[in-house]
Design a protein. Sequence first.
Length: 396
Amino acid sequence: MEQAQQIRIIKGLMTHLDRGTNVDAGGQVRNPVSGYTCPDRASREWDVFFQDHPQILGLSADLPAPGTFLTSSDLGKPILCTRDNNGEFRAFLNVCRHRGTQVETRPRGEKRLFSCPFHAWSYSNTGQLVAVPKEDHFGPVDKSCHGLVALPAEEKYGLLWVNPNAAGDIDVDACLGGLAPELAAWQIGTFNATGQTRYDHAMNWKLAVDTFGETYHFNVLHKDTLASDLYGNVQMYDTYGRNHRMMLCLRNIDALREEPEEEWHILRATIPVYFIFPNIQLIFGRGGPTLVRIYPEGTDPHRSHSEISFYMSPEIDLIEMDEERRAKYRDIQDRMEGFASVIEQEDYVAAASSHVGILSGAQEYLTFGRNEPALHHYHNTYRAALGLPPLERISN
Ligand code: FES
Ligand SMILES: [Fe+2]
């Protein structure tokens, strides 16, 4: 991030703290609860956002070397991603062209030849069918047209993009809506993957997304956890087309007040949280980024899950460090994983409770406040993408 931008954001947060103000969306909006429970709406979201729209399935570090792979079933169809022998990122339907069995079942690993577990038709990591056992018995197979079905795939700014629609396309810069230079500056491609976890939740996927959309709740829901490191109900917020950047405010920001501005670093004062349409939260901590991917369970409006992946700077080589530094960076890593467990045990518990409340019929709409601009933006973005009018704005 450019230094001028860092200073603008840090000063903005300091000003909010000094004046007792926060970012202001200029009014409240009402979000109809039907948007979280309506089967038709869920079905349209699945089709438009998750079946025919570029998806970030990981960061470059998830395919760390030629010959590595990862699989995903988050989009309702089996997908195999590879880094081929030349280092190129590729994606395929993980479907054997013989009788449809998934050629790879492990979530990730290293493999250059994918041999189907049913009859051992075998595919290279560029998707070519290279072997059909007992072809003299089976009969001839035209290998040139029975390779794995390729999906549009692009690796850019350290992000792995796949379009689950084989006939679709990917325009990464258009998807990022102006965020590209800033994401490029984070050098996302340089981090190492350190672990993954998955949370299943009994709620609409957008309720999980909403938990990332405000800091109004920090001093209440997170009073015994995150609130010791973060100021609640204060943030800086900017939108980039369908995406946004929300800056959480670390209490450590106060230490910067005595230091010259040119020495300020954004990660000492804030936790940047990027939302990338439709389902990504990319959170930067001092040790490295955390990627959160939130998915509905197909067209079911009542169930969803999150895939959370952790990454660490390659400069943080725990083996090479003395014990004191190793403990410090372990602590940073533990903090990011602790942050994720707070999401599971606090945010997602409250959000699943919202889903129960919504189903009760107690009210027709949820209210998003002036201090929650990300919630306005998420939902108006989703609505616009589905051809729906913006949320009702109430004057106040
Ligand atoms: S289904 Fe894959 S080899 Fe038969
Ligand atoms: Fe939270």
